[in-house]
Write a protein that binds this ligand. Structure first.
Ligand code: IYR
Length: 253
């Protein structure tokens, strides 16, 4: 019952109450209930600095574009480490951190991924996507042939964990895992833009099972995004898109 709910406040690291283990009502938090709360004092910037930084960051992010033709120039491992670390700073439901980033630089694995994605995308374009959907993609000049999957120096595959297993063997629920991974993907794209690289935000339809198997990911993980990352090819072009105006996306009350 309730009185037992938080009887063990050590987060299950040590289990003294062995009698309670079989009791389905015996609950302990996923991490310690006695986690200390510590002061948080980020530097207090003058408001004119806040204004300038808000504009600077907007201008940087407004230059981000999805690129579909990549240079093969390798990315230093440390850069990949840093952008994935940045993605890992994202907020998540109950701090469950429900993401896994698989970074593929190995040429034969990239080829294998390309083979799987091209095979599935051929079916997608031919049958699985609606004719309206395929028509809506015409301005983007995409098709099932994906040279960037072998040419980009790195592919970052973003997996979403809907649950995980605690050290004490209990199933750990990942609350809000979808939005948590979506936010982390936003952090990753922003990190890629800030450091001066480019990416293609792709969502390979129907590739989850085959890519999960190829990369030996467990059953609690699902592929959400596949991001080729690198420098743009010298001949890369992008469609001349226009973004919505502020008054179309913002309403002040
Ligand atoms: N996944 C396919 C199709 C595709 C779908 C959308 I929505 C896009 O914005 C772009 C492509 C592909 O990668 O070609």
């Amino acid at each position: 019952g309730l009185k037992k709910k938080f009887a063990n406040n050590n987060g299950g690291r040590e289990r003294e109450h062995h009698d309670d283990e079989d009791d389905p009502d015996f609950l302990v938090p996923a991490f310690p209930e006695d986690t200390p709360h510590i002061p948080y004092k980020p530097p207090k910037r003058p408001m004119e600095d806040v204004l300038r930084r808000s504009l600077d960051y907007y201008e940087l992010m407004a230059k981000r574009r999805t690129v579909r033709k990549f240079s093969t120039e390798p990315i230093p491992q440390e850069v990949l480490d840093n952008i994935v670390k940045t993605a890992g700073t994202s907020p998540s439901g109950a701090h469950t951190e429900p993401w896994t980033f698989v970074v593929v630089q190995d040429p034969s694995t990239k080829e294998a991924i390309r083979g799987i994605v091209e095979e599935e995308e051929e079916q997608n374009y031919a049958r699985r996507m609606s004719r309206q959907w395929v028509t809506d993609l015409k301005p983007f000049a995409t098709n099932h042939i994906k040279p960037y999957l072998s040419e980009a120096p790195a592919l970052i595959l973003v997996f979403r964990q809907s649950y995980s297993w605690r050290a004490d063997g209990k199933k750990k629920m990942h609350y809000y895992n979808e939005i948590s991974v979506a936010i982390a993907a936003g952090f990753l794209l922003a990190a890629i833009q800030y450091c001066g690289l480019v990416a293609l935000t792709s969502t390979p339809l129907n590739c989850n099972a085959r890519l999960r198997d190829l990369l030996s990911r467990p059953a609690n993980e699902r592929l959400e995004l596949l991001l080729p990352v690198g420098r743009p090819h010298e001949e890369a072009t992008v469609p001349d898109l226009i973004r919505k105006d502020l008054h179309e996306i913002m309403f002040n009350v």
